[in-house]
Design a protein. Sequence first.
Length: 228
Amino acid sequence: MSGGLARWFQRFLLAAGFVILGYCGADLINSHLQQIKGNRELDRLLLNRQSVLRQSILEGSLVGRVEIPDLRLSAVIFEGTSDSVLDRGVGHLDDSALPGQPGNVVLAAHRDTFFRGLRNIHKGDVVRVTTPSGVRTYTVDSTEVVAPTQTSVMDPTPAPALTLITCYPFYYVGNAPKRFIVHARDDEYQALAGKKESDTNKAAKIVPIALTQEDADNLTYVFKASEE
């Protein structure tokens, strides 16, 4: 009796294992197919130069693609951060800025799938975000680890910026207790701001003027006359 029960239990565990593997495999295949579909749709929009208006982006809709060349990371971005969206790709936080708009562009993804490569990110790495409106390039400024309750990292910013969010530690088993944050600046905005500051400094710079002897004599005469 005990032997038969043990064999039955073994078969049950084996069957359960196959079911779990099948579910995980189907989930991975679906994610891969969604990435292929998203990339094709984005390429089509870019080819036809079709922009997507902010108000027309619905939950789960295509937003663009994020790439970090140094990490060989490339993933399609969809609108929203629900579980169903994050299973398909990188999620764009509702109500956060879109690339090219003023404010903070917030992207999130799972640490064991699309944002796995963030564990090797460094300051100075380039992040490229492609949308139907074009390509924006960002440079990583810093990284930090915060508690899940520290939502200020998603707040709007005065200057265009990019924030990447994933769970931390990367190799934690179960629900990770922390969040890994990447802060990056918009290169185009920084270049324009730097040029504007340079132009302002040039305009404010005092340029010495060389006087001829005749001009000096005339100024001397004027000063003496004003003292009399």
